[in-house]
Write a protein that binds this ligand. Structure first.
Ligand SMILES: C[S@@+](CC[C@H](N)C(=O)[O-])C[C@H]1O[C@@H](n2cnc3c(N)ncnc32)[C@H](O)[C@@H]1O
Length: 252
């Protein structure tokens, strides 16, 4: 069946509305869930140690884009207390939660509100000053046609030789199957879906993400699919989660 006749396909009016109102939807998400939704991301330091591990006298500068309430920022600082961590989100409510965290320390954490598609990151972070940008489940929240702008923005604050660390939704993930099997209209295009709360989820593949990165002067270091099975005993369901994880280095 052609894509525009699928029962899941949203019409142009709704597709555009969801894309336009993305910031509002995420802000409502944090109003509803506060800090309860995402778990702390302790795996990041474990898996990407070399991009954060620092000698005592040479503190590194990190920027976490789409930081939410700080589920990555604070576990990272716990392992690497000397880091200087800039972090931003376009939900002002999320950024307030970062500031209210009991571990907030104004000498190490620099939160700010910024839409990484609309506003230059260099308004908040010195040009080419960041060692590592982390983008964890944020670029999938950005519609296809705006993703390149977000990558350009990220690249502008990276030092030459600095790294982008990425993890996000991937083609083949159970979440996409669920959208496709639902009778509810939720599809913007074959890779992009809208959740019930109005937030957007794009499913990447290796080609797409690497094209975006190389278009903004980043060269690939590693890129792999991370797969795991999640069992829901109550519903007797086994879900195959698939994420895409990679690292790129800024060339010049
Ligand atoms: C799934 S959450 C991930 C939060 C955090 N990175 C983590 O790993 O826990 C995605 C976050 O990206 C933010 N976001 C989405 N689009 C954005 C944009 N264009 N600019 C800045 N933040 C954005 C949302 O508000 C949300 O907090």
């Amino acid at each position: 069946m052609p894509e525009d006749q699928l029962p899941q396909k949203l019409n142009d009016f709704w597709s555009e509305k969801y894309k336009r109102e993305s910031q509002k939807s995420w802000d409502k998400f944090y109003k509803r869930n506060e800090t309860r939704f995402f778990k702390d991301r302790h795996w990041l330091n474990r898996e990407f140690d070399s991009y954060f591990g620092i000698p005592e006298n040479e503190p590194r500068t990190i920027l976490e884009v789409g930081c939410g309430v700080g589920n990555l920022v604070y576990p990272l600082l716990e392992c690497q207390p000397n880091l200087k961590v800039y972090c931003c989100d376009f939900s002002s409510r999320a950024v307030e939660f970062v500031q209210k965290n009991e571990n907030y320390d104004a000498e190490h954490v620099f939160p700010f509100v910024c839409d990484i598609v609309e506003t230059p990151l260099v308004n908040f972070v010195p040009n080419a000053s960041v060692d590592t940008v982390t983008a964890i489940f944020v670029l999938s929240a950005i519609p296809y046609e705006r993703q390149l702008q977000a990558f350009k923005n990220i690249s502008s604050v990276l030092k030459p030789g600095g790294h982008l660390v990425f993890r996000d939704y991937c083609e083949g993930d159970y979440a996409k199957e669920k959208f496709l099997n639902s009778k509810e209209p939720s599809m913007i295009d074959e890779h992009t879906f809208v959740r019930q709360d109005g937030t957007i989820s794009y499913f990447f593949d290796e080609k797409r993400v690497d094209e975006l990165a190389s278009d903004v002067g980043l060269e690939n270091i590693s890129l792999e699919r991370v797969q795991r099975s999640v069992d829901n005993r109550k519903r007797e369901l086994s879900m195959q989660r698939v994420f895409l994880q990679g690292v790129w280095r800024k060339k010049y």
